[in-house]
Write a protein of this length. Structure first.
Length: 556
């Protein structure tokens, strides 16, 4: 079978087989493969009646309803190119969300927009004067008549994923049917996914981890899934464990912060059997050894073993997975000198100078990982450089962004912008090129600063950011840590600031400027990551004594 559509056709022979428990407000709607295909067929008929043709881009901005799945499948059946975008939620700033959505509309040039009536006002306004077919799910009639599926080729674009970068405009990643199916097969083999397995997820489908690992891959392979409402999970994280126990789920993907959220927010009166899970897969953010240790300490007696905690390195441009640590064994750990790492070297660390680095595994079949220096030349094992990739299932480019596409490749290698090194065939991620703050010649990774700062009592978990500002006086970057704090007492806030400074000085030998901001002041991306560019801009706006000159930020 050469396209995603071929797999959808095959599922028509097992229409009574349960595909998805779609959970909302604590209740599950059971969707069989037949329900997904019938709903998709109705959308395909509606798209065709509205004049859409194969290749037209369909943007889907829906909340957590079965229509989210059916509209996506319907666009595929019609030969259109679907892309799921995030709806506005209570965790996002409207002042950031609407301009970002408007810029996305300007670039993408979509033909149709699927959006519920309650959300149409703001979304259509963001689309501006563009001529768009507006599709309200409530106005799509049931229509299961046979649909004449288009002649789709393996190298046609199947769908767009929008990159979840923390700086700049998110870019539409074009993925062909061939790339999607090759990724699915390679990753299936890496995690041993079979027809007897079950996937449980709260991840939003506008993010590559949710879309590919927890919807497209199981849809292609015919593997049952549980999909929870992301906002409901954030408020009640224990519902993930409840549905793991209920459905005997075997595979669960979580970004690093989600492991911590579960550990901190699942009630002490709750108890679940998690013994069915073969792999909790840490992905999408820097994977921290301490996170696994704390998760295991909290939930080890619930059936979670160290051999069930695995790591993965993934990105939209590779469809999804680049590497994966093996199931059945803990990921490799490496004790490294923090001082040497600051200068791009990997050397053994001692008690007073060490960081625990966690491997994200080895490349999956068909993927080659290269480490390049600043001149884009190969580096030897054990040296930190930019991670570059080569594989037959990489993306074909960024939609309507030829300059960005050209800049992303060199000599056939995709330049990820991430930094890391290879040791004994294992890939270790140290940070992002844009997130490295250089202080007096030493490299500090923003996520390391943030992880240490997050241990300070009084800081709201997950709500802080480390920024680098170029000082005109020293001509070196200085670090500013912005942290949200809910305590209104001035004395308590001063104590938190002192604790932030002393913790970072003691732990990283780093002097910082620490400032507290109000709860919900910091801006996050739609995928839950700290938006460094937007927070830097907001901080500069707040502080008029800081100016931007020739693209550099200077503090006075």
């Amino acid at each position: 079978m050469d396209t995603v559509l071929d797999h959808l056709r095959a599922h028509g022979t097992r229409s009574d087989t349960v595909f998805c428990h779609f959970v909302r407000n604590g209740m599950a709607t059971v969707l069989r493969f037949g329900d997904v295909l019938d709903g998709g067929t109705a959308y395909a008929h509606h798209f065709r009646r509205c004049g859409l043709q194969p290749g037209d881009i369909v943007l889907i901005v829906l909340r957590h309803t079965p229509d989210l799945l059916q509209a996506f499948v319907g666009a595929l059946i019609a030969g259109c190119v679907p892309s799921i975008l995030a709806p506005l939620t209570e965790k996002q700033s409207p002042d950031v969300y609407w301009p970002g959505l408007r810029r996305m509309f300007d670039r993408v040039g979509a033909r149709a927009l699927v959006v519920a009536a309650a959300d149409q006002g703001g979304v259509i306004a963001a689309a501006g004067s563009k001529e768009l077919v507006i599709v309200d799910p409530d106005q799509v009639p049931a229509d299961t008549r046979p649909f004449e599926w288009p002649d789709v080729r393996p190298d046609d674009v199947a769908f767009l994923q929008f990159s979840s970068g923390t700086t700049g405009l998110r870019k539409g990643v074009m993925l062909t049917h061939r790339a999607v199916l090759e990724q699915v097969e390679a990753y299936r083999a890496a995690i041993g996914l079979g027809v007897a397995d079950r996937i449980a997820s709260w991840l939003p489908l506008y993010h590559d981890m949710g879309l590919v690992a927890c919807f497209v891959m199981p849809l292609v392979l015919g593997i049952p899934i549980v999909l929870l409402d992301p906002m409901e999970w954030a408020r009640q994280p224990g519902i993930l464990f409840r549905w793991i126990e209920e459905t005997k789920a075997t595979h669960v993907w979580l970004p690093n912060f989600a492991f911590n959220h579960l550990r901190l927010a699942v009630g002490s009166d709750e108890r679940y059997d998690l013994g069915s899970v073969k792999a909790f897969i840490n992905c999408s953010e820097p994977c921290k050894a301490a996170t696994f240790d704390q998760f295991l300490q909290r939930f080890g007696s619930w059936g979670v073993g160290s051999d069930r905690l695995t790591t993965c390195y993934a990105m939209a441009e590779a469809v999804f997975a680049v590497t994966q640590s093996p199931l059945g064994a803990p990921p490799v750990r490496l004790m490294a000198s923090a001082k040497a790492l600051a200068f791009g070297r990997i050397e053994p660390g001692d008690e007073d100078d060490s960081l625990v680095l966690l491997s994200v595994g080895k490349p999956i079949d068909g993927m080659a990982v290269h480490i390049l220096d600043d001149a884009r030349q190969p580096l030897a094992a054990g040296r930190v450089g930019e991670i570059a990739l080569s594989a037959s299932f990489l993306f074909t480019g960024y939609h309507s962004a030829p300059e960005d596409t050209a800049a992303a490749f060199q000599d056939g290698l995709y330049l990820t912008g991430d930094l890391g090194f290879i040791q004994d065939g294992e890939l270790f991620i140290t940070g992002r090129r844009k997130d490295v703050i250089i202080v007096n010649g030493r490299n500090y990774y923003a996520h390391d600063i943030e992880a240490l700062a997050a241990t300070v009592e009084g800081v709201i978990p997950g709500r802080l950011v480390a920024l680098g500002l170029m000082s005109q006086a020293t001509m070196s970057e200085e670090v500013v840590v912005l942290a949200e704090c809910a305590d209104p007492d001035p004395a308590a806030r001063r104590a938190v600031v002192r604790a932030l400074k002393s913790t970072l000085l003691r732990g990283l030998n780093l002097s910082v400027r620490a400032e507290l901001v109000a709860p919900r002041w910091l801006i996050k991306t739609t995928s839950g990551k700290i938006a460094r560019g937007e927070n830097l801009e907001r901080y500069l706006t707040m502080n008029q004594n800081i100016r931007i000159s020739h693209g550099q930020v200077y503090g006075t």
